[in-house]
Design a protein around this ligand. Sequence first.
Ligand SMILES: [Fe+2]
Length: 225
Amino acid sequence: MFICILIAFLVIVTLVTLVTTKLFNNNENFTISKEQLTYNELPSETKEALNIIPKFTSKGFTEPKKLDDKLYDKIYKFYKNNYHKAYAENKDESKYTKKFNNIIIKLDDSIINEITNNFMNLIKSWTKIENLEHTSTFGIREYKKNSILPLHTDRKETHILSAIINIEQDKEWDLEIYDHDLNRHLISLKPGEYILYESATCLHGRPTNFKGNKYANIFSHFKIN
Ligand SMILES: [Fe+2]
């Protein structure tokens, strides 16, 4: 009897160890979130980034803020007028797209310039950093039902300070983000709102399945020269 209990105990311990190791050491499957993480629990890419990229603000991200009305209207009209040009995102473009189920509507240069200028100024006034360089604002990414964005940090070469702009949604889908003290926050962005964040050092994602049918965001990224 005692041996059976011992064997059962050892099997459970082994399984728990295997699952924990799998979840916390494989960056692409880093989908388990906790109220607070320790440095050792971070994915290796995040640890690497933290070794070379300083923290620019005390917390690492802003509260949701309202986008300029005129800019939001312009983006929204573009989104609706160009919806027929949407295409499925290439799953090979990013390791973070593996659990996506999404389409992209590419933006034109005029809107990209307007978004870039707007967010360059917003990030400058938030961080007090002057020498920013825009690196990417690709398009409107519309996530579909059951999308998951595993927790991750962005490319440390080019995506240091970033913005997420919510364009449209038919259901809430909280952004999970960890501040510089590794406390978890759940952020609910409404259409027309944005958040600024230190994307290479603050772990972030949407690790729970999206229950709605559309969630459209723009991501704008900057680095520091
Ligand atoms: Fe990201």
